[in-house]
Design a protein around this ligand. Structure first.
Ligand code: HPA
Ligand code: ZN
Length: 350
C-alpha cells in the first residue's frame, strides 16, 4: 500500500478530539479477555457459580493498580476464570464490538488466549465458536468487521503451544493468524521459533508481543526468527537505531498501546511516551487499547488522552488511522474502501 499522499487540513486544537472520535480506524491490538469489564466479570461469576476473591465490582476495580506486566497478568488471568460457556465468550466479544463501534472502529483483529481456558477444562470449540459467532453477528448488525488471532502464552512451553495449535486446526478457517503474549522477560521469541515456522507453513499471519518490557534484541528475534509481519508494542525499539531503520525500511507496523504502557509503568507518564519519536522516525505505528477494561480506555479515550499528553496534531491523527488500515490483515480492496472513507472524513470535517 502506498504512503499517505492525502493533504490534511489542520483542525483547530479544540476540535481535534471530535475528529479523533469520528475518523474511521482499525484496532489491531486488543486482547478480548482484556475487554471483560468488572461488571461483566461479576455477572458471569454469578451466572456460572464461580467464586471470586473480590467482594464487589469496586473492590475488584481498586485492585487494578499495577507495577509491571506480571502484576497485571495475575489479575487478568483470574478475571478470565468466569468464562465457562460459549455464550460467555459471545457476550464478552459482543460487548467489546459494541463499544468499539461507538468509537468508529470499523475493523478489529482480536487476540484470544486459548490456553487460559483449555487449562481449566474449557474446550477449544467453546472458546472459538463463542468469539467467532459474536464477530459474525457484529458484521451484520453493526457493520464492523473482526477477525481472530490465536495467541500462544509465552510463559508456557513450546510443546504446549504445539498442542494448542493442533487443537485449533479444525477451526483454521475462523482464524487469520497467531501471536505471542503473556510475560515477556525470560521468554524470548526464539523459544517459539519452531511452532511459528509451522504456523507460517500453514499460511497464518504472524505477530508477536516484543519490546514491551523486553529489550530490542527480542524485537530483532521476533523479526528474524519468528518472521512476524507486525510487532505488538515494540516501544523499546527506540533504544536501537539500527532496529528503528529496519522497522521503518521494511514498513513493519508496531501496534502501540499508550494507556497500557502507562498503567504497566513502561513510561513514567503519558507525556514521556515515545509515540511521537516512532512516528517521526517513519515507523508504521498504530494506536490501540490492549486491555481496555483494565487500562482505563477504549480507542477514543486512548487517542484523546495520548494526543493531549504528547501534543500530536491533525496530521498525526490521519497517519495513525491510515497506518491502522495499512497494517491490518484485510484484503487490498477493503483497505482501499476504508482509506477512501478516511479521506472523506478528513475532507469534510470543519
Ligand atoms: N502483554 C503481554 N501479554 C498480554 C498483554 C500485554 O500487554 N495483555 C494481555 N496479555
Ligand atoms: Zn497486548
Amino acid at each position: 500500500m502506498s504512503l499517505p499522499k492525502f493533504v490534511v487540513k489542520t483542525v483547530v486544537a479544540d476540535r481535534l478530539p471530535e475528529l479523533l472520535k469520528c475518523m474511521p480506524k482499525a484496532e489491531l491490538h486488543i486482547h478480548i479477555e482484556g475487554s471483560l469489564e468488572p461488571e461483566l466479570i461479576f455477572a458471569l461469576a454469578k451466572r456460572n457459580g464461580v467464586a471470586l476473591p473480590f467482594a464487589s465490582v469496586e473492590e475488584l476495580r481498586r485492585a487494578y493498580a499495577f507495577s509491571n506486566l506480571q502484576s497485571f497478568l495475575d489479575i487478568y488471568y483470574a478475571g478470565a476464570s468466569v468464562l465457562i460457556k460459549e455464550q460467555d465468550f459471545y457476550d464478552m466479544t459482543r460487548a467489546y464490538l459494541l463499544r468499539a463501534a461507538q468509537d468508529n472502529v470499523v475493523h478489529a483483529e482480536l487476540f484470544f488466549d486459548p490456553q487460559t481456558h483449555t487449562a481449566r477444562g474449557i474446550s477449544m470449540d467453546t472458546v472459538i465458536n463463542g468469539i467467532y459467532r459474536a464477530c459474525v453477528d457484529a458484521k451484520v448488525e453493526l457493520g464492523i468487521s473482526a477477525s481472530l488471532i490465536l495467541c500462544f502464552l509465552r510463559h508456557l512451553s513450546e510443546e504446549d503451544a504445539f498442542e494448542t495449535l493442533e487443537q485449533a486446526l479444525p477451526y483454521r478457517d475462523k482464524l487469520i493468524g497467531v501471536g505471542l503474549d503473556s510475560g515477556e522477560l525470560g521468554n524470548p521469541p526464539e523459544k517459539f521459533a519452531r511452532v511459528f515456522a509451522r504456523c507460517r507453513a500453514l499460511g497464518f499471519h504472524l505477530v508477536a508481543h516484543a519490546g514491551e518490557e523486553g529489550p530490542p534484541a527480542y524485537v530483532w528475534t521476533a523479526l528474524d526468527l519468528l518472521k512476524v509481519e507486525r510487532v505488538d508494542h515494540g516501544v523499546q525499539s527506540s533504544k536501537d537505531a539500527a532496529l528503528m531503520r529496519r522497522l521503518a525500511g521494511d514498513r513493519i507496523a508496531l501496534t502501540v498501546c499508550p494507556l497500557s504502557n502507562l498503567k504497566l509503568c513502561v513510561f513514567p507518564t503519558l507525556a514521556d511516551h515515545n509515540l511521537r519519536t516512532l512516528l517521526e522516525a517513519g515507523l508504521v505505528a498504530t494506536v490501540n487499547s490492549d486491555d481496555p477494561a483494565y487500562f482505563g480506555g477504549y480507542m477514543n479515550e486512548t487517542f484523546t488522552q495520548t494526543f493531549a499528553a504528547i501534543g500530536l496534531t491533525t496530521q498525526h491523527a490521519y497517519t495513525l488511522a491510515h497506518n491502522s488500515f495499512e497494517a491490518s490483515f484485510i484484503d487490498a480492496s477493503a483497505k482501499q474502501r476504508h482509506v477512501d472513507r478516511l479521506n472523506e472524513t478528513f475532507e469534510t470535517f470543519h
